[in-house]
Design a protein around this ligand. Sequence first.
Ligand SMILES: [Cu+2]
Length: 117
Amino acid sequence: MKRSLIALFLLVTGVVSVGIVTTSVEAHTRTVKVKVSKSGFSPSSIDIEAGHKLNLVFNRANDKNCGSTVVFASRGIRKTLPVGKDVVVSIIPNESGQISFACGMGMYKGSIVVSEG
Ligand SMILES: [Cu+2]
């Protein structure tokens, strides 16, 4: 009986602490839609605090632009952008500074500006 109570206690505290972690990450999540068109990325500059999660939702407006790929060179991320489809890139920057992204040919440029959390 005692043993099962202890087990139950551990289970409950475990669930609660996982719940807190999940909540704090979600509370610090920023989602930004980024349109890709012949004028490049819009917006092309996105602010975020270090330690917060950023979801960039890329949507390529049409095929009259060369934004068929988005590349985050410093993070080793490369994603294809099909016309009209949302493509999410999630990043949790751990220090302040800039994270650049570009189209596959480096013509369209954008940056994530990370401030100290
Ligand atoms: Cu390009």
